[in-house]
Design a protein around this ligand. Structure first.
Ligand code: ZN
Length: 199
């Protein structure tokens, strides 16, 4: 459409949301292996930190992820997002609540572990079987700088352990007791049943 064609197009940066989709670091980038620094609680209200959280949320949604840690977007700070799938009414779509966790700690609430399939936005298309604690307590500061504590069970507990591992430079492959279950997702879906032998 040429200029002056009569459409009410206005170019104004004010209409562009102040958020960005960030590039996700891939395995092999040193930032993924570097322990992240604690966030100074005084800085949580700063525009830089708030912008980082907004951008991480936008990035997580764009990549269809369920969790994201700041080192994955090349920022070595102890900030992560943990998607918690909310119980949905029958017939309605599941809602995912994104929990912002700053300086998080994860404490197991049981010795019991579950083995689940994990993937990672920093290891595009790879899947593997990883044992994790079935239930954990997540303690962190929220984006307002307020402390909170959450008990998580099952999948959200797995996501919390996966994301907080990123803050220590740990990837899910490091937690795999048997690398024979590491596979590309297409093959994992196609032949995954054979991995029963690995467990
Ligand atoms: Zn990951």
């Amino acid at each position: 459409m040429p200029r002056g064609a009569g459409l009410p197009i206005r170019l104004s940066f004010a209409n562009i949301p102040a958020m960005s989709i960030l590039k996700v670091a891939q395995m092999g980038h040193p930032v993924l292996r570097t322990p992240a620094r604690r966030v100074d609680p005084e800085s949580i209200g700063s525009p830089d930190l708030q912008r980082l959280v907004d951008d991480m949320v936008e990035t997580l949604k764009d990549y269809d992820g369920i969790g994201l840690a700041a080192p994955q977007v090349h920022v070595p700070l102890r900030v992560c997002l943990i998607g918690v799938v909310e119980e949905a009414e029958e017939g309605s779509p599941q809602e995912v609540r994104i929990v912002v966790a700053i300086n998080p700690t994860v404490t197991p609430l049981t010795e019991e572990t579950i083995v689940g399939v994990e993937g990672c936005l920093s290891m595009t298309d790879l899947r593997g079987l990883v044992p994790r604690y079935r239930a954990v307590r997540l303690e962190a500061l929220d984006r307002g700088g307020e402390p909170f504590s959450l008990e998580l069970e099952g999948y959200p507990a797995v996501v919390a352990q996966h994301e907080t591992d990123h803050l220590d430079g740990v990837l899910f492959v490091d937690r795999m007791p048997d690398l024979r279950s590491l596979a590309f997702s297409r093959e994992f879906v196609r032949y995954g049943v054979e991995y029963d032998e690995v467990l």
